[in-house]
Design a protein around this ligand. Structure first.
Ligand code: SAM
Ligand code: DTB
Ligand code: SF4
Length: 336
């Protein structure tokens, strides 16, 4: 009986276009996945994970905030927005040398991807000149490069591609229906347009969202459906658990049940089988047991290093200890 239920929710309207994504996920179908008995959901996710990846390998990506604070957007979760008073200073952009130093340290600690984040609505011409130098220098170290700089136009995506940027991170954050409750200074379509530009320029897409912002189940499913129906879906999907920062409008949001976070990872894995699903922000507040469940649910990437952008992340020693305890290893080590 249970198997029939699982089969029923899998398939969705066939796509008529000749693009790559083989199936479309309706929001109700994704919601049905969320509602599966926990063990059935985990089993489905693990089967799919093992079809496409070594289930014991995890990708390690280190983040660096290259421009912190003073952002002109009003994202309700974000401590870097100039609309909120979260105690984050508006600092100037880092120098290329500082970025290279941080990237080398991350590489020595075992990271294979380096992600440069900036608190911008979009980069200016001068910003782009500096970022291009940073991307070239980090690539020169032999690391995979990622950047998250806000909205991009066609010229900027081309500049980044030429510089050698491997991934561009730009999150949808939540479902189109819930989005207006969280951000008012740019709309959902702006995000989709930037992601299209990144894809059309030939770079890999990193896009995900945040859960635990007070969204309901349909809205959570709506985020996953949006990501999974991108054509093709992102190669890298960060799932962030809201980090509640004092001074932001979402600081007092009720805690998400950790098992609902695990379910979100599993549903992302099932709907985007070949993506790197990243267990992203929120790990510092998570027990080892919940993180282990996330890996069982199909997460195979983490942010590595004791700092995200402005908030903390588990330190390298804690992550190495967790990987050892679980018999997990970095993708990069296995491949070299
Ligand atoms: N300013 C650029 C932008 O918004 O695209 C890049 C940096 S922005 C901080 C990158 C992403 O971090 C956001 O889209 C959001 O998903 C995530 N983020 C920011 N604050 C967060 C928080 N408090 N908890 C969880 N994720 C957060
Ligand atoms: C993503 O999805 N999460 C990262 C990265 N992409 C840029 C950012 C998390 C930020 C958490 C809050 C902070 O440290 O400021
Ligand atoms: Fe600015 Fe990005 Fe934070 Fe939004 S999420 S306020 S765009 S730094």
């Amino acid at each position: 009986m249970q198997t029939q239920t699982i089969e029923f929710i899998r398939p969705i309207k066939p796509q008529t276009s000749n693009k790559i994504t083989p199936e479309r996920w309706s929001v109700p179908a994704v919601e049905e996945l969320f509602k599966l008995p926990f063990s059935d959901l985990m089993f489905r996710a693990q089967q799919i994970h093992r079809e496409h990846f070594d289930p014991n390998a995890v990708q390690l990506s280190t983040l660096l905030s290259i421009k912190t604070g003073g952002c002109s957007e009003d994202c309700g979760y974000c401590p870097q927005s100039a609309f909120h008073d979260a105690g984050v200073e508006n600092r100037k952009m880092l120098e290329v040398g500082e970025v290279v130093k941080a990237a080398k340290a991350a590489q020595e600690a075992g990271a294979d991807r380096f992600c440069m984040g900036a608190a911008w609505r979009e980069p200016s011409k001068e910003d782009m000149e500096a970022v291009v130098e940073m991307v070239k220098a980090v690539r020169g170290l032999g690391m995979e490069t990622c950047a998250t700089l806000g909205m991009l136009n066609d010229e900027q995506t081309e500049q980044l591609r030429v510089a050698g940027l491997d991934y561009y991170n730009h999150n949808l954050d939540t479902s189109p229906e819930f989005y207006g409750d969280i951000i008012s200074t740019r709309d959902y379509q702006d995000r989709l347009d930037t992601l299209d530009r990144v894809r059309n320029a030939g770079m890999h897409v990193c896009s995900g969202g945040i859960v635990g912002m007070g969204e309901n189940l349909t809205q959570r499913a709506g985020l996953v459906a949006q990501l999974a129906n991108m054509n093709p879906y992102p190669e890298s999907v960060p799932i962030n658990n809201l980090v509640k920062v004092e001074g932001t409008p979402l600081a007092d949001t009720a805690d998400l049940d950790p098992l609902d976070f695990v379910r979100t990872i599993a549903v992302a894995r099932i709907t985007m089988p070949t993506a790197r699903v990243r267990l992203s922000a929120g790990r510092q507040q998570m027990s080892d047991a919940v993180q282990a469940l996330c890996f069982l649910a199909g997460a195979n990437s983490i942010f590595y290093g004791d700092q995200l952008l402005t908030t903390g992340n588990p330190d390298v020693e804690r992550d190495r200890a967790l990987m050892d305890k679980l018999g997990m290893y970095p993708f990069a080590e296995k491949n070299h």
